[in-house]
Design a protein around this ligand. Structure first.
Ligand SMILES: Cc1cc2nc3c(=O)[nH]c(=O)nc-3n(C[C@H](O)[C@H](O)[C@H](O)COP(=O)(O)OP(=O)(O)OC[C@H]3O[C@@H](n4cnc5c(N)ncnc54)[C@H](O)[C@@H]3O)c2cc1C
Length: 389
């Protein structure tokens, strides 16, 4: 297959500034050289390519939107989106790692942490010296985290946390977990360090999706968490949901990378695969699929760009992010399936990345709010009537 040149049917690049294009191209090259040649092996073995963490840290990809005083790159939201897009062209697992570290760990510390917590954790997380995870989902509370049963009880000098979290990205490799628990009935965020007694994070095995990503349970068996590890500015579930908005934003961009990877390969394959004496790209039914793909990619790119501008100028609301996450994940999955069809039997092999992207996208469509939840969020916004409690 030829070198990846990008997918830009509507000259969306002309709407980006020079710095954004430079960042995008740097990450694109990194993914082509360092990720794509090795990622299939990791997916097959069910391992996360942790050796890439220091490289990504050095490139400024961890917590890239936060200020330089915390060793971060202080980029805008469009650049952050482009980083996620390029990483997910490699693999959703790698993008998930960066999303979690940046949006679900560094963001709550930056937004709801004390000055001491920020000074202590943000530089180390930006440098990749410490890894974080975000524990919200529980075995019995996924789409409805308000029902969580993990609880914190005030004790001398701190809190006792008791409960369990499930499906936690980075859990087993994390040095620090942002754990959400109810204190006197109010959801608060706590920084649980891996050494704390009673805290374990066993890895969950048997995934057919996001195999190059660590997913874990978090078990909190009467864990003492000192006072200084409570995120002081958390005051309810809305703070956890603000973190999810950040992560959903990165997903909306990320899946465009998967779309571009699948489209690029399907187009090249269709032009070179000959059946009935001509390339299959010359058949109307194949062209229809390719046109669907390029149309949806273009729409998603423009949607993301406007969302990024709104995020940068402070006008993006949670329902805007929901619409983009919902649409782009759905379309990415449709594109991956169509690309698989275009490649025929070859599409099922790991010589091509399509089944890997397709399998990954099943998780991406589900996590950070399922497709249905985002439907209900946008539905509530446009009708003014909530479909859930
Ligand atoms: C690989 C992976 C990584 C993850 N990483 C993290 C992480 O790092 N941290 C974290 O906290 N969580 C994480 N999650 C969890 C994820 O966010 C949840 O799986 C997700 O929120 C859905 O919850 P659930 O799986 O319990 O599904 P459920 O909530 O049980 O939903 C099952 C189905 O019912 C539908 N449904 C539920 N309620 C309604 C309703 N009112 N109306 C219509 N349909 C409804 C859902 O849309 C879904 O289709 C991860 C999940 C995966 C798969």
């Amino acid at each position: 297959m030829n070198k990846f040149e990008g997918v830009d049917y509507f000259n969306v690049d002309s709407l980006l500034i020079e710095d954004e294009i430079m960042i995008r191209n740097t990450v694109r090259e990194f993914v082509s050289k360092e990720v794509i040649p090795n990622i299939e092996k990791h997916f097959r073995n069910g391992t996360f390519p942790a050796y890439l963490i220091p490289v990504m840290a050095e490139m400024g990809l961890l917590g890239s939107i936060f200020p330089q005083k915390y060793d971060c790159a202080d980029l805008n939201y469009i650049s952050y989106g482009l980083i996620n897009q390029e990483l997910e062209r490699g693999d959703s697992g790698l993008r998930s790692f960066v999303s979690v570290q940046s949006s679900l760990v560094m963001f709550p510390i930056f937004k709801f942490g004390s000055e001491e917590q920020k000074d202590k954790w943000l530089p180390q997380l930006a440098q990749g010296k410490k890894i974080g995870c975000f524990g919200l989902t529980e075995p019995d509370y996924g789409s409805n985290p308000a029902g969580m049963v993990t609880k914190a009880i005030k004790t001398n000098g701190g809190y006792i946390l008791d409960g369990a979290k499930m499906w936690i990205t980075n859990g087993s490799i994390a040095d620090i977990a942002v754990v959400w628990a109810k204190l006197d009935g109010v959801v608060r965020g706590f920084l649980v360090e891996k050494e704390f007694k009673g805290f374990t994070a066993p890895e969950m095995k048997g995934k057919h999706s996001l195999r190059a990503s660590v997913t874990s349970e978090l078990i909190l068996d009467n864990v003492f968490v000192p006072e200084e590890n409570l995120l002081p500015k958390t005051e309810g579930l809305k703070n956890a949901l603000m973190c999810l908005d950040q992560a959903r934003y990165s997903i909306a961009w990320g899946v465009v990378g998967s779309m571009m990877a699948c489209y690029d390969i399907a187009l090249q394959y269709a032009k070179s695969r000959v059946q009935f004496s001509k390339p299959i790209a010359g058949y109307q039914l194949i062209q229809e699929k390719l046109v669907f793909m390029i149309t949806e990619i273009t729409k998603a790119q423009l949607l993301n760009l406007q969302l990024g501008k709104m995020r940068d100028n402070g006008t993006a609301k949670h329902f805007h992010i929901s619409l983009a996450k919902r649409n782009n994940c759905e379309k990415a999955l449709e594109i991956a399936r169509m690309a698989r069809e275009i490649l025929g039997a070859n599409g099922i092999t790991d010589e091509y990345p399509i089944m890997r992207h397709s399998a990954n996208l099943e998780s991406v469509k589900t996590y950070e709010g399922t497709h249905e939840m985002h439907t209900l969020i946008v539905g509530e916004n446009i009708t003014g009537i909530s479909a859930f409690e």
